[in-house]
Design a protein around this ligand. Structure first.
Ligand SMILES: Cc1ncc(COP(=O)(O)O)c(C=O)c1O
Length: 423
């Protein structure tokens, strides 16, 4: 299909008519007067998520404290529902905390610096919260980030070279944290290759899946990373501030959590309320405090959609719709100074397209004025995420047509370049 792409609306309509996921769009709250291209930042609400949230509210209303009887293992149940997304064992996943808290939890559990092996390896393109967490973790152990955080640098500000990461795996590295999909350039790192290289050198490794979960299939039974973390408000559409995911490989179940709390205690003795912590030896043992049911319930609804459709089919459409977007950019926009900044190969790009332009900031403002929601990332990136579950090929066509109009008419010039807090 890809080689036959055509740059006209009738072809976009044909793609929509033949989209195997077209019925799923109706389950989401898509605003008819708006084109939403920001599902990689905050996924749209779905009716399934709403239903699950309202059901949780009803349970609270009717049952009060008795709700614990049915919901005691809810965080683990959501972990079980998440397992097919990464092909992990269900007991290796728990829905808890936020991405950042879960990084703190995993690093404080698994980072055991010695005189010779004390460094944490990271890259310089990951989302900053990961670096803030890593820097503070080494400080807690008495190091400065300069001493103990080793940074693999990108050569072009877009991509991370896996070979450079592997070369940086020296004998002083204890643990590695990397993103699976880079938040700006959409590059997919080869988790299998990098994880194997780390393990061959006696180094532990964890992955930040924020831009990968729900966008690309992963196989943790094969990759066998030591830990992983992810948020659920992007592709998983579980709502603003929804509760995050934590994966802990079974081989680490006996480790004591770095950040212990009573929700990580063994189920059988949790309510004995003893002052000696007894660790629950599965992923749920890395919970800290009481689970936030109202912020978790929408995830149950959307995971049902993901499990019904299957992540492979979602990826199939995502690859086609992002390929179509890149094709239209090449056909219609390249001449106006736009450039595709993400890798083009199917196995190296995630769920969004990284569109670069020197006027990216003001063009994003013009897009919003025209009823299209993109997002901007410094210094020159317009992130565009046509989401497999709810975006259409015709929306992609309109998006490119609108960008062309903005570029030709220079409508972005009416906006200031001064950055505001949220774009
Ligand atoms: C790669 C990555 N990690 C972490 C976060 C955010 O962390 P948290 O969920 O704790 O806010 C983001 C947010 O966009 C992200 O892109």
């Amino acid at each position: 299909m890809k080689n036959n792409f055509q740059a006209d609306r009738a072809y976009a309509q044909w793609l929509d008519d033949n989209d195997p996921l077209k019925e799923i769009r109706g389950r989401f709250y898509v605003q008819e007067d708006e084109i939403y291209m920001d599902g990689n930042s905050l996924g749209l609400a779905s009716k399934d998520a709403e239903e699950a949230l309202l059901k949780m509210l009803e349970t609270w209303k009717k049952e009060g404290i008795k709700l614990w009887d049915g919901l005691f293992h809810y965080a683990g149940k959501l972990g079980e529902l998440s397992a097919p997304l990464i092909n992990a064992y269900p007991d290796e996943i728990v829905i808890t905390g936020s991405t950042t808290i879960n990084i703190h939890q995993c690093i404080s559990t698994l980072y055991k610096p010695t005189k010779d092996r004390y460094k944490i390896l990271v890259d310089d393109l990951n989302f900053p919260t990961d670096r803030y967490a890593i820097d503070s973790q080494v400080r807690l152990r008495g190091y400065t980030p300069d001493e103990a955080v080793k940074v693999v640098k990108s050569s072009d500000g877009r991509l991370i070279d896996e070979e450079a990461v592997i070369t940086a795996m020296t004998d002083d590295v204890a643990i590695i944290l990397l993103p699976t999909v880079l938040y700006r350039s959409s590059q997919v790192l080869d988790m299998r290759k990098v994880t194997k290289a780390a393990h061959d050198r006696g180094i532990l490794i964890g992955w930040d899946l924020c831009h990968a979960i729900g966008a690309i299939p992963m196989d943790f039974k094969e990759v066998q990373p030591d830990f992983a973390v992810w948020c659920t408000y992007k592709y998983l559409s579980a709502g603003p501030g929804s509760i995050a995911g934590l994966y802990m490989n079974r081989k680490h179940f006996k480790e004591t959590p770095g950040l212990a709390g009573w929700w990580g205690n063994k189920d059988e003795t949790q309510f004995e309320l003893k002052h000696q912590f007894e660790h629950q030896q599965d992923a749920s043992g890395w919970q800290i405090g009481s689970p936030s049911f109202l912020a978790m319930a929408p995830l149950e609804g959307t995971l049902n959609i993901f499990n019904e459709v299957g992540i492979e089919k979602i990826r199939e459409k995502s690859l086609l719709i992002t390929a179509y977007l890149m094709y239209l950019i090449d056909e219609k926009l390249e001449r106006y100074g736009f450039n595709v900044g993400n890798p083009r190969e199917d196995n190296r790009r995630g769920g969004h397209v990284c569109l670069e332009h020197q006027e990216a900031y003001r063009i994003c403002k013009a897009l919003k004025q025209a009823g299209i929601v993109p997002d901007f990332r410094e210094p020159n990136v317009i992130r565009l995420a046509p989401i497999a579950l709810y975006n259409t090929y015709q929306e992609v066509y309109t998006l490119v047509e609108t960008l062309e109009k903005i570029a030709v008419e220079k409508t972005y010039e009416q906006f200031s370049n001064e950055r505001t807090l949220v774009v």
